[in-house]
Design a protein around this ligand. Structure first.
Ligand code: F6P
Length: 320
């Protein structure tokens, strides 16, 4: 049976990664395993920046944002020679299995390591909610809270000045953060890669909100990587009765202590990861699906269509 496991956080950090590190460490230690922290993601694995974790080293971190292990992106990990180096660092220390907390890129690394004989389990750590096999990723709910809070504040000032606030949110190519935040804040327009972007439609809708609905403000929530929001704000000022203002929320969305949901999710998923490794299972990723903690083979998880999750796009339309 496996005796030594490692844990790393990889890709963009997310609130709740520390709660996952704590869960894997505590459940691991309480199950008789030795647990090692691998610092700075796969980079630390290759460089051998690996240290034992104790109960104390993970105390008081469940509510802390960021990741105590640090995170990094290492595209070179695709190279088999780089992975061989990483594996020899693990073998030197007797580490036989690893929990990888990160996004889909990190999952690919975990799958390749498993194929090379190191069992890995992936936990979905990203604010983007772009891992389709899970209803929620660790960090998404906290980021949603941060975005909601920011938009509520923007609404106050927008309302005082007859403005249209255009709020750009993260999500990589996934529109969930924009969609959920737009619904949670009662936005007027939501733009994601799923809704498509049509500037003329947006301007028409704003004119209608101003002239017919007599609204004092308007809120547009838009996913990143769709359009230049500063330019859009200028067009709004020129072509509608609202004065346009753009706000890019940026990395603020990744910070802050995790909300209770993310702490719970990370703790439950961390527990499941250790249980799987103790059964000698690797190449899987942990998910929450219909309120149950489950695991899928990484290969299958990465190819699941986005619409395999409950769609809520219609809800936004019905609330307008
Ligand atoms: O994947 C998380 C994420 O925050 C995305 O939403 C965003 O596109 C990207 O990372 C930003 O990356 P970086 O922190 O490298 O600028």
């Amino acid at each position: 049976m496996v005796k030594r496991i490692g844990i790393l956080t990889s890709g963009g950090d997310s609130p709740g990664m520390n709660a996952a590190i704590r869960a894997v460490t505590r459940v691991g230690l309480n199950s008789g395993l030795e647990v090692f922290g691998i610092y700075n993601g796969y980079k630390g694995m290759v460089e051998g920046y690996i240290e034992p974790l104790t109960r104390n080293s993970v105390s008081q971190i469940i509510g802390k944002g960021g990741t105590i292990l640090g995170s990094a992106r290492l595209p070179e990990f695709k190279d088999i020679e780089v992975r061989k180096k990483a594996i020899s660092q693990l073998k030197k220390r007797g580490i036989e299995a690893v929990v990888v907390v990160g996004g889909d890129g990190s999952y690919r690394g975990a799958l390749s390591l498993t194929e090379m004989g190191i069992n890995c389990i992936g936990l979905p750590g990203t604010i983007d909610n772009d891992i389709t096999c899970t209803d929620y990723t660790i960090g998404f709910m906290t980021a949603l809270g941060t975005v909601t809070d920011a938009i509520d504040k923007l609404r106050d000032t927008s309302n005082s000045h007859h403005r249209c606030s255009i709020v750009e949110v993260m999500g990589n190519r996934c529109g969930d953060l924009a969609l959920y935040a737009g619904i949670a804040c009662g936005a007027d327009i939501i733009v994601t890669s799923d809704t498509g972007f049509n500037e003329e439609d947006i301007l028409d809708r704003l004119r209608e909100l101003d002239l017919i609905r007599k609204k004092k403000h308007a809120i547009i929530v838009i996913s990143e990587k769709i359009t230049d929001v500063e330019k859009l704000a200028k067009k709004v000022s020129l072509n509608t009765g609202f004065s346009g203002r753009a706000t890019v929320l940026g990395h603020i969305q990744r910070g802050g202590g995790p909300c209770p949901f993310d702490r719970m999710l990370a703790s439950q998923m961390g527990e499941k990861a250790v249980d799987l490794l103790m059964q000698g299972i690797g190449g899987q990723c942990v998910s929450i699906r219909d309120n149950k903690i489950v695991a899928y083979p990484i290969e299958k998880a990465l190819s699941m269509p986005a619409d395999s999750r409950k769609p809520i796009t219609n809800l936004f339309e019905r609330l307008l």
